[in-house]
Design a protein around this ligand. Structure first.
Ligand SMILES: CC(C)(COP(=O)(O)OP(=O)(O)OC[C@H]1O[C@@H](n2cnc3c(N)ncnc32)[C@H](O)[C@@H]1OP(=O)(O)O)[C@@H](O)C(=O)NCCC(=O)NCCS
Length: 168
């Protein structure tokens, strides 16, 4: 099967901005992402990701279909005693939901990181109500380690999160 992820290119900025400019995506992510999200915001993000990779801090890829960026996925290293642990995050543009795309992208990025870096634990913390994201992680082989009760406040609401992890 065709690979669903590839390195970012600065020319992906327009497609990235188009994908993320959606409240239904933003409401499932952390705060602090600009909305509306401009092409310049996307360029800054892409530059940042390419730079971080050089320092072995993060491994970020475009999710692609026929070469076109339709989403974003990344694994971000923690520090101190958690320096071999990293957090996974992702999203794909709404027209592409429900086609198995992110499940494949998660499998590919985890295989890449376990094969090419010293990271030994990859975790994700979706909101408990984000059934699609929990399902993606389960399909990709992550184990549910617990529920983090009232672990976040998003749009004024206290939310439970789920802790999923995959270990090498
Ligand atoms: C969550 C998200 C990444 C899923 O990507 P995707 O490519 O649509 O995921 P997949 O198609 O690989 O798998 C989705 C699974 O969830 C299931 N699903 C989706 N919505 C569901 C719902 N409301 N109830 C039950 N199952 C649901 C799908 O049926 C599918 O499972 P299946 O293959 O067993 O049928 C995508 O919807 C997205 O970008 N959402 C907004 C951003 C986000 O939530 N990011 C993650 C933050 S932790």
């Amino acid at each position: 099967m065709e690979s669903m992820i590839r390195s970012w290119r600065i020319e992906d900025a327009e497609a990235l901005a188009l994908a993320i400019n959606n409240k239904k995506i933003m409401e499932n992510l952390r705060d602090g992402i600009p909305y509306p999200y401009t092409v310049d915001d996307a360029k800054d993000y892409i530059r940042d990701m390419l730079d971080g990779e050089k320092k072995n801090r993060q491994y970020a890829f475009a999710i692609t279909l026929d070469g076109k960026a339709i989403g974003s996925i990344g694994i971000f290293r923690k520090d101190n005693i958690h320096r071999y642990t990293a957090e996974l995050g992702y999203y794909v543009a709404e027209p592409y939901w429900g086609k198995g795309i992110v499940t494949q992208a998660v499998t590919e990025i985890c295989d890449y990181v376990f094969a090419n870096t010293d990271i030994m634990r990859i975790f994700a913390e979706p909101f408990a109500r984000n059934i699609a994201s929990c399902r993606v992680l389960e399909k990709a082989g992550f184990i549910l380690e617990g529920t983090l009760r009232k672990n976040a406040v998003k749009n004024g609401e206290a939310l439970d999160m789920r802790l999923y992890a995959l270990v090498k």
